[in-house]
Design a protein around this ligand. Structure first.
Ligand SMILES: Nc1ncnc2c1ncn2[C@@H]1O[C@H](COP(=O)(O)OP(=O)(O)OP(=O)(O)O)[C@@H](O)[C@H]1O
Ligand SMILES: [Mg+2]
Length: 241
């Protein structure tokens, strides 16, 4: 059962002499209920990979499928709806709205989608991320780790088919980061969520079930049940990072 499939995805930015091939024929299947880290040197195509997976960027060639849905067949409106209802996003910088309460932030994607929250699911998510007592607070009243927990609850509110995270612990100290990674792993193992996470950090990657390595826009191997030392060793062979 696949949550996400990339088939021979190529992404070329620009034209002629200035053209940059950011992804060069990447084929990946992401299993439902898996936690996958994506690593690679700077410029290897990680963000482009995530953007193509989210329908934020269109591949030059190849296909991206969310479940059975081919993103190439969708127009901008349909893609926007798909991102609100079927994909969750977690960013390095949390991206919470400062004027809204925690509860309002969490509910925002659903409101924008004009959808009712599944209250039972929402309660479960809020309890698991550990912010049940903070629902009436504003983001500025929370620590960085708590803000990222709110962002995680927001990403999960619509019960998405895949959660995409770009350096979700990049702004956190290592202890708080570890708690957030532990939480992501729990959401995968206990709630059956599917998480794809870009990271530079071998320790962060070790929380995932497997790691995909990118180099020069191509898949350069993978590692199951990664430990930090093995991940760091692979990265060293892929170049600067
Ligand atoms: N909008 C764009 N226009 C032109 N080139 C781009 C664009 N976006 C990315 N690129 C190029 O595509 C390549 C891959 O970029 P990408 O941002 O995916 O790398 P990355 O692995 O996320 O790097 P980092 O670790 O530094 O975030 C790079 O050479 C980059 O310069
Ligand atoms: Mg990037």
């Amino acid at each position: 059962m696949r949550a996400l499939t990339l088939e021979a995805v190529r992404k070329v930015y620009g034209k002629g002499d200035g053209a940059v091939t950011a992804l060069d024929g990447v084929s990946v299947g992401v299993r439902k209920g898996s936690f996958t880290a994506v690593m690679g040197p700077s410029g290897s195509g990680k963000s482009t990979f995530l953007h193509c997976a989210a329908g934020l960027d269109k591949p030059t060639s190849g296909r991206v499928l969310l479940g059975d849905t081919d993103l190439a067949a969708m127009n901008e409106n349909a893609l926007t709806r798909l991102r609100r209802e079927r994909v969750g996003f977690i960013f390095q910088a949390y991206n919470l709205l400062p004027s809204l309460t925690v509860a309002q932030n969490i509910g925002l994607p659903l409101r924008l989608a004009g959808k009712r929250a599944d209250q039972g699911w929402l309660r479960d998510v809020v309890n698991r991320v550990g912010i049940a007592g903070r629902m009436g607070h504003r983001p500025a009243e929370l620590s960085g780790g708590q803000q990222q927990r709110v962002a995680i609850a927001r990403a999960l509110a619509a019960r998405p088919e895949v959660v995409l995270a770009d350096e979700p612990t990049g702004a956190l100290d290592s202890r708080t980061g570890a708690q957030v990674l532990e939480l992501l792993r729990t959401l995968v193992d206990a709630l059956g969520q599917t998480v794809l996470m870009v990271t530079h950090d071998p320790v962060a990657a070790s929380y995932a079930h497997s790691v995909l390595f990118l180099a020069d826009g191509r898949l350069a191997g993978s590692l199951d049940r990664p430990d930090p030392a093995a991940v760091a060793e692979r990265m060293t062979h892929l170049g600067e990072w």
